[in-house]
Design a protein around this ligand. Structure first.
Ligand code: BYC
Length: 312
């Protein structure tokens, strides 16, 4: 079959909600986009363990510590499902990890911000996992089967994470003046970076149009950002916190909250590696990778001895 005809059939198939599997024919650009997005997503989960891991030894109670430990372990699991989904496209785990460590692959900008207080753990769960759910629930219907299936479990776990974050903030906001101030300070620092998680405006997003046509993305970056604001503002009001945006106003005619502009220069700086914690995150990840070499070597030695090679 001619390449043009294959592409036409592929486009019609995804447009009719067909699922592409690893052995299906797909255009090179579709494969490339998926490897890029899924591996970046996996890296975000793995790097995302660091800001929260920072509080594992200092959680305010045994119960909070057990919950946080479970959440951080969940993020590691998400990274593994996602690396496995990307591997079905013919890329290797080593290639993906190398790209993360040498700075050629991106991970979510949000994980380059510090977590100086316990309220930051609440804010990450509430806002960062909240934004992640908004972005990732539609990915459960992604046209690439292995990614869509991985996302179903990820999203169930993210909902639990969002609730545990909100619960931390409910407790702080019902506490002392100092605790409420700590919660407000965390919201002030995490609000704008959370809005940046959805990516650039639609007009500045080079990948969106094709990814939407191929049913990888279902909604544009701006559509998802608006949904997130609409859902989150009433939650902030419930907590008695103020969203740090003087332009935030409810628009009766559209039923949506209008909001101000994130600092896109800051977003570009963080993407370019110059955020508050970029260097620290990669340095720590590199150290963990080097320190873990013996585990990979032991697993390979075990597999060589005990796991039968597939029949030729
Ligand atoms: N940060 O054309 P665009 C989590 C990049 S993990 C960094 O709109 P696309 C969690 C983009 O990659 C959260 N880079 O791209 C974990 C592209 O760069 P390249 C992560 C960003 O792909 C632990 C360029 O900008 N979630 O939830 O159509 C604890 C142009 O953008 C960002 C995912 O990865 C950003 N914020 O749309 C708690 C979800 N935004 O590759 C929680 C899956 C944009 O051309 N990913 N860029 O160099 C997606 O849905 C999409 O990839 C994005 C971007 C919406 C992020």
């Amino acid at each position: 079959m001619e390449a043009g005809e294959l592409l036409e059939r592929f486009e019609a198939f995804v447009a009719s909600e067909g699922k592409i599997e690893s052995d299906s024919w797909m255009p090179d650009a579709y494969r490339k986009t998926l490897v890029r997005q899924i591996s970046q997503h996996a890296h975000s989960e793995i790097i995302g363990m660091q800001p929260e891991g920072n509080w594992l030894t200092r959680a305010p109670s045994l119960r909070r510590k057990a919950i946080l430990l479970a959440k951080v372990q969940d993020e590691a699991g998400h990274g593994l499902y996602l690396y496995a989904a990307a591997e079905t496209l013919g890329t290797s785990r080593d290639e993906m990890v190398d790209a993360l460590l040498d700075g050629t692959a991106k991970y979510s900008s949000i994980f380059n911000y510090p977590t100086p207080t316990w309220a930051d753990i609440g804010a990450i769960g509430w806002l960062v996992d909240g934004a992640a759910i908004m972005n990732q629930v539609p990915l459960c219907r992604c046209s690439y089967g292995p990614y869509a299936r991985a996302m179903k479990r990820v999203c169930k776990e993210e909902s639990f994470h969002q609730r545990q974050g909100f619960d931390i903030l409910v407790t702080l906001c019902r506490g002392s003046d100092a605790q409420r101030a700590m919660a407000q300070d965390a919201l002030d620092r995490w609000w704008w970076p959370s809005l940046m998680m959805f990516g650039p405006h639609d007009g500045d997003s080079p990948h969106s149009a094709t990814s939407m046509r191929w049913r990888i993305k279902r909604f544009s970056n701006d559509e998802l950002r608006q949904r997130f604001v609409d859902v989150t503002v009433p939650q902030a009001h419930f907590l008695g916190l103020r969203i740090p945006d003087d332009e935030l106003v409810y628009d009766d005619t559209t039923g949506h909250w209008k909001f101000g502009e994130p600092d896109w220069d800051e977003f570009q700086r963080v993407l370019a590696g110059d955020g508050p914690c970029n260097a620290e995150r990669i340095e720590r990840r590199t150290r963990a990778h080097v320190d873990g070499a013996w585990v990979r070597e032991a697993a390979e030695a075990y597999a060589a001895k005990h796991v039968a090679a597939p029949a030729a």
